[in-house]
Design a protein around this ligand. Structure first.
Ligand code: HEM
Length: 131
């Protein structure tokens, strides 16, 4: 099935990544699975030892909704402000991305949408890993 929508003036409109991921409820579910993957991933789990799980899941859900074209507001820190004092390595960055990709697969997100998410996440690399 094509995700494209034919409009009256014959333009082709591609729904936002937010819509193609399934909107708020699906992104919330995916973010919860990402959290579970982080907790089970010895590469990064200790990083979140002092975090409030519900708060991080909410912030990540809002961040992804906002960043993929949804109407939700993200009121957390910028990616630079949130991570700059953490001294995060490239290996940890890849481990977090792996956790996200596995959550997308688990939730049957299509390959095109997976690729778009990967691109979005990777574009944040220099704001997240140590400078
Ligand atoms: C593109 C990749 C990433 C994205 C989109 C992302 C996103 C976020 C967001 C939205 C928050 C919440 C900020 C807030 O509370 O204001 C957060 C917090 C956090 N991130 Fe990331 N993150 C990424 C990579 C990483 C990596 C690689 C690590 C280290 C393994 C990491 C560790 C943390 C920790 C520990 C917190 C919680 C800080 C706290 O409890 O206050 N993040 N991240």
């Amino acid at each position: 099935m094509s995700a494209e929508v034919q409009t009256l003036n014959n333009e082709v409109e591609v729904p936002s990544l937010y819509e193609r991921l399934g909107g708020f409820s699906q992104i919330k579910k995916i973010s919860e699975d990402v959290w579970d993957n982080h907790m089970a991933n010895s590469e990064v789990s200790t990083r979140y030892a002092n975090s409030d799980a519900e708060e991080i899941k909410k912030q990540v859900t809002d961040f992804v909704c906002w960043g993929t074209g949804g109407p939700e507001k993200y009121e957390g820190k910028t990616m630079l402000a949130a991570h700059k004092t953490m001294n995060i390595s490239h290996q940890e960055f890849i481990a977090v991305i792996d956790d996200v990709m596995r959550a997308l697969e688990k939730n049957n997100v299509g390959q095109t949408e997976q690729n778009e998410m990967l691109g979005l996440l990777f574009s944040l690399r220099d704001q997240v890993i140590k400078q």
